[in-house]
Design a protein around this ligand. Structure first.
Ligand code: SAH
Length: 271
């Protein structure tokens, strides 16, 4: 069952217990994968359901057999802010999707050289979809359209202020267990605490909801001193990914790996 091919579908394709396959999905399932009538695959819908499905004699139809259990998502929602490197965005999107990222926000920073077209963003979204199928995610990460570093900061401030700063605690909760959003900006050559240390101190994984966590990675030339100052003023905490200088394409994978290992290590596996 776990080895079955996954295929992301749009909600419009669902009709009671059947799925209307697009031409490219039919081609992929029948010509590329060589599946035939009665062969099974798992349809992944946009609401995070896994639907065990079966091809029918009609090439554009599949029948839903049952909904499957299981959870492969991280216990926290992680937004990656990425100042787009000149090369390597495809790999960043692919690797971070495999590692569990929720949203990818490309940004144009002072030292960003790449100016992507709309087609590029659509391509990154398709890569996220393929990587989500391959890594058995329930949700496909959303790749947002690029925005400036300044508007990203403003949006972060608005979102984080939407959370009640003075929450009412129930008897067995302490303040560290509430879903307080956190924002980290990774900067090389800074005397900053390690991301893993900071995360383990904050016990994010024990919160009751799915807190938003934002992690920002700079371009090849790094963040400018002004960007770092502005990020701190907007509530970002500066963190390190270790003593070595990582390439701009390596750093997001390292950051997501650290986040995933800290938040997942604390989750007790269900028996
Ligand atoms: N050219 C810059 C480094 C840029 S690396 C320099 O020589 O200083 C690209 C991005 O990866 C950085 O902006 C930062 O976000 C991240 N990064 C790389 N190594 C890092 C480290 N050791 N700690 C924290 N962030 C790092």
């Amino acid at each position: 069952m776990s080895q079955l091919q996954r295929l992301v579908i749009a909600s419009e394709q669902l009709n009671n217990d059947s799925i209307l396959l697009t031409t490219s999905q039919q081609h992929y399932l029948r010509q590329v994968l060589r599946l035939q009538e009665s062969d099974r695959f798992i349809a992944v819908d946009r609401t995070g359901r896994w639907l065990l499905s079966q091809l029918t004699e009609s090439s554009d139809q599949a029948t839903i057999i049952e909904e499957l259990d299981g959870d492969t998502e991280l216990p926290v929602a992680v937004k990656l802010i990425i100042a787009m490197p000149k090369q390597g965005m495809d790999d960043i999107v692919r690797h971070c999707t495999e590692l569990g990222v929720t949203t990818i926000q490309p940004v144009i920073s002072d030292r960003t050289i790449l100016k992507p077209s709309l087609q590029k963003v659509e391509r990154w979204q398709r890569i996220a979809e393929e990587a989500a199928e391959q890594s058995e995610r329930r949700f496909v990460p959303q790749v947002l359209t690029p925005e400036s570093f300044g508007s990203m900061l403003t949006q972060w401030t608005v979102n984080s202020q939407a959370i009640d700063p003075n929450p009412t605690l129930s008897a067995n909760q302490d303040i560290h267990q509430l879903p307080v959003p956190k924002a980290y900006l990774c900067a090389a050559r800074h005397d900053a605490p390690h991301l893993q240390y900071v995360l383990s101190q904050q016990r994010l994984m024990q919160s009751n909801g799915r807190p938003d966590m934002v992690v920002a990675i700079g371009p090849e030339g790094g963040w400018t001193p002004d960007e770092i100052t502005r990020a701190i003023a907007h509530g970002f905490q500066i963190v390190s990914l270790g003593r070595r200088i990582l390439r701009a394409v390596t750093a997001p994978t390292v950051a997501l790996s650290i986040i995933a290992s800290v938040v997942e290590c604390d989750v007790v596996p269900s028996s």
